[in-house]
Design a protein around this ligand. Sequence first.
Ligand code: NAD
Length: 359
Amino acid sequence: MYRITLIPGDGIGPEISEATVRVIEATGVRIDWDVQEAGEEVFKKEGTPLPERVIESIRENGVAIKGPVTTPVGKGFRSVNVTLRQTLDLYACLRPCKGFRGARTRYDDIDIVIVRENTEDLYAGIEFPMGKEETAGLIDYIDKTTGKRIREDSGISIKPISVYGTQRIVRFAFEYARKNGRKKVTAVHKANIMKFSDGLFLETAREVASEYGDIEFEDRIIDNMCMQLVQKPELYDVLVLPNLYGDIVSDLGAGLIGGLGLAPGANIGEGIAVFEPTHGSAPKYKGMNRVNPLAMILSGVMMLRYLGESDAAQRVERAVAEVIEEGKSVTYDMKPSPEDPTAVGTREVADAIIARMNA
Ligand code: NAD
């Protein structure tokens, strides 16, 4: 029996979580769910969207699966997702982009794994607002030390990239490649322009790569990478990227396989892992039994693999593939038009997967 933290989240979170729990339970793997609320509702009641007990529960159990959580724009609370990643030092964001036959996409046979650094880069949250005294001080300092003058009416975001942070994410990518029979790791950067941040990332990645003679290594500049992924995605295997490029390329990857409704993910640290879909809480669909639960169910497949339950993972994945290929019991986003009257609801997708698993 595994004890696993379940964070249903808000918006569409609770309904896709319910579908996911039902599918995972249908595998027969026994799980004691430690249900923890986070997000808007808890914020209204307790003044924080992420009570300490949620973090403690994940620390204690070591494994969590979560639905999306809304981040209010410009007010309210900080992103629960970013806070979780930083507090638990979940430094690796793993996003497999695997195509399924029958999904609506322009590409066949996509099988790329994105490994995004989760703690550094422009997401470190070190920012200087336009017009503030500390910003003026920084502008003066930069002027004195580099001779370059930033305009006074500028806001500034800092982009730290360290040897430590890069070593551990690139090692993670190579270890993942090794364990999963992958052939190649591609490091993505803009080292020609940002010599001391992306340049350090590339230099460090090359050093780490030299420890892994059995796996091919190459690098690509981010802009070229985007074009190549659209033109020749079959050339790529595992990609390792600093935080911001990783975020953007993850959505590009979701686009290659047929959309956000199909893109699973995991945030992983030392001995701790939080599985979650790539998409957000889509508030306008809340409670409508309308959205696609597959991204979260496939995050559940990743979780089962992480637990060593490969058989169960494979059974769910196969059932998902069959349901997609048949194309009958799928939600609106997987139909040719969003108004397609034959689209089924969130619950019905889970029913169809469970029926396949038991067939
Ligand atoms: P979103 O992913 O929630 O939704 C964008 C659009 O994608 C939706 O309107 C919908 O048309 C479609 N979509 C998303 N998930 C779908 C699904 N499962 N099935 C079918 N269609 C789906 O992105 P957003 O609108 O930019 O963000 C909404 C909220 O979610 C924001 O508050 C944001 O901060 C938050 N968010 C949370 C996470 C997370 O919890 N990890 C990640 C991203 C965004």
